[in-house]
Write a protein that binds this ligand. Structure first.
Ligand code: ATP
Ligand code: MG
Ligand code: MG
Ligand code: MG
Length: 563
């Protein structure tokens, strides 16, 4: 490619809208342009980087037996109603209507569509395991789209869904995906850590997040400093392991987890409390009451979702009242506070889904990241320990450290959550009808590109890992009016192209200083300068972008040096 014809609109100034380095550099180096908040056009350079990441992802998915498909972005609401997520997903789900008034969602993820597909196309255990994936645009109306490609509202994700006959099968598939993710992020040249994570709102048991370590990360990761120990956890998860010993027992789990919507009366009964006014005000009756309480500042909650229907799978009753009961602390407000709280409200049926910090209205009675079923086992609080930076590692006793992380991927064991709600079944060896045991595995492809820049940059621009750089090399003739320089540049350019080197010839009539600056900004791993030294001594200057090392080589040495 010739720079004179390439669309690489580099900017001298950093656009004011950009806060983090990847966003700044993607704009300045001419990779992306904003079209709306969290929505971007990928220009040729970005498209090349994305293709390289996608290629690595595809190779590793295929290696593990994944089959690529492409599912619709536009998904009928009926499927989402069947799975229960139409009501539960909240404002992050983009919704639209067709001309007949039918509801659709723009896929934020594709569990529904794929489960419906497998339900209609498969019927026997003999066809399992089945691993299907796609690389597709995803849509999430993020509350705070920001940091450029790190948190978009339209972004590119690879999502794979696995269908196994049983848990043992899922374990194997999960491991395969975990290994594939390790290889993918290694091949992309990233420093990352797989961490134990909480399954959040998707609903599942086992899950790991893949975190690229970078200051701009929105997640906090604790990990063991001992090189031989792989313990690492998302702080939310780590905190869930730090519950103080309970003084009382939790309700029997089966009761607390009875599916179905619960009335205030039922909740009160579960809690063993009289159905009093107190409970009613404790569990706000209406959305407006909750909002009013929030406005008054009764709660320190930074994410609230008001939902009409309770997500049964995650209907958690570990509310303040339970903790109060557990701790013996006085009954009073002890609302869920912290990062990931979701108040689930359904008319008069109200529950608090606690996934963060909860506690009684008293010092030392706050439990972090409470999640019944995980932290409260069979009616008792699991015996768990304190984990944070500086503390001993729960696995090896080494010292724990803390770092910021960007979540570039996540693997989930979904179990039968979706196969049950969508009634997707197969016949097992004995002719018995069973639900698929599923997993889902996502990688943020566009986020990975940005995360790579967060880790690989310097004052002059991007320092791409070679495997995902948009080109391998740029040839810079220092004076395009000098025919001798241009002739040799052309010869080199052609020989690179022939031998498969991805090369740009900077044939623009610009000063060398401008070209060098652009070359650094864009981040070509190698720059070949064709200048005076060539005319005088027959030497070309090859400069490595990342290390700044320069080599003076003869024309015939260049190719073998690069290869
Ligand atoms: P986050 O915690 O950052 O909101 P998530 O846990 O909601 O991400 P998943 O549902 O696990 O995201 O989706 C799989 C992957 O898709 C994530 O690991 C991430 O790499 C990517 N991803 C999710 N949301 C976005 C977004 N808004 N912009 C870009 N990439 C995203
Ligand atoms: Mg999210
Ligand atoms: Mg997440
Ligand atoms: Mg995630």
């Amino acid at each position: 490619m010739r720079a004179s014809q390439l669309l690489i609109p580099t900017l001298r100034e950093t656009p004011a809208e950009a806060e983090v380095i990847s966003h700044k550099l993607l704009l300045r180096a001419g990779y992306i342009r904003r079209s709306a908040a969290g929505v971007y056009t990928y220009l040729p350079l970005a498209q090349r980087v994305l293709s390289k990441i996608k290629r690595i992802v595809r190779e590793e998915m295929d290696r593990q037996g994944g089959q690529e498909i492409l599912m619709p972005i536009m998904q009928p609401a009926e499927l989402w109603q069947e799975s229960g997520r139409w009501d539960v997903y909240g404002p992050e789900l983009f919704r639209l209507k067709d001309r007949h008034g039918r509801d659709f969602a723009l896929g934020p993820t594709h569990e529904e569509i794929i489960t419906a597909l497998v339900k209609s196309e498969l019927s026997s255990y003999k066809q399992l395991p089945l691993l299907l994936y796609q690389i597709q645009n995803k849509y999430r109306d993020e509350r705070r789209p920001r940091f450029g490609l790190l948190r978009g509202r339209e972004f590119i994700m690879k999502d794979l869904y696995s269908f196994d006959a049983d848990e043992a099968g899922l374990d194997i598939t999960y491991r395969k995906m975990y290994d594939a993710y390790v290889r993918i992020f290694q091949r992309c040249g990233l420093r990352f850590r797989p961490v134990e994570a909480d399954s959040g709102a998707i609903g599942g048991s086992d899950t790991h997040e893949f975190m690229v370590l970078a200051e701009s990360g929105e997640a906090l990761v604790v990990f063991c400093q001992n090189e031989n120990c792989s313990y690492a956890a998302n702080v939310e998860k780590a905190q869930s392991s730090e519950l103080p010993k309970p003084v009382a027992e939790l309700l029997p789990l089966e009761e607390a987890h009875t599916p179905g919507q619960k009335t205030i009366a039922q909740i009160s009964k579960y809690l063993g409390l009289p159905e009093s006014g107190l409970i009613k005000t404790l569990f706000y009756e209406t959305e407006s009451e909750v909002v009013a309480a929030l406005v008054r500042g009764d709660h320190d909650v930074n994410e609230i979702k008001l939902q009409r229907v309770i997500d049964c799978a995650r209907l958690e009753l570990a509310s303040e009242a339970i903790v109060t009961k557990l701790t013996g602390a006085p009954l009073g407000f002890a609302g869920p506070i912290g990062l990931k709280n979701v108040l689930v409200i359904a008319d008069y049926e109200v529950s608090v889904m606690v996934n963060a910090v909860t506690g009684a209205n008293k010092a030392d009675y706050h439990y972090k990241n409470v999640c019944p079923g995980r932290d409260f086992k069979a009616g008792k609080i699991a015996d768990i320990r304190f984990v944070k930076a500086g503390e001993p590692c729960p696995v090896c006793g080494g010292v724990l450290a803390e770092a910021k992380g960007i979540e570039v991927g996540q693997v989930f064991k979904l179990g039968d959550k979706y196969s049950k709600s969508l009634e997707a079944t197969f016949q097992d060896e004995n002719g018995k009808t069973r639900h698929y045991v599923m997993g889902c595995y996502g990688i943020g492809v566009s986020r990975t590109m940005a995360a790579a820049i967060e880790q690989h940059n310097d004052l002059n621009g991007i320092t791409w890992p070679a495997a995902i750089a948009p080109f391998h090399l740029v040839i810079v003739p220092v004076n395009v009016k000098d025919q001798a320089l241009m002739d040799i540049s052309e010869v080199l350019y052609r020989s690179f192209l022939e031998s498969g080197v991805e090369v740009v010839l900077d044939d623009r009539p610009e000063r060398p200083g401008v070209k060098f600056k652009d070359a650094d900004l864009v981040g070509y791993p190698l720059r070949l300068t064709v200048g005076k030294k060539f005319l005088e001594e027959g030497l070309l200057e090859l400069r490595e972008r990342r290390s700044g090392k320069t080599h003076f080589l003869k024309e015939e040495e260049i190719l073998s040096f690069i290869k």
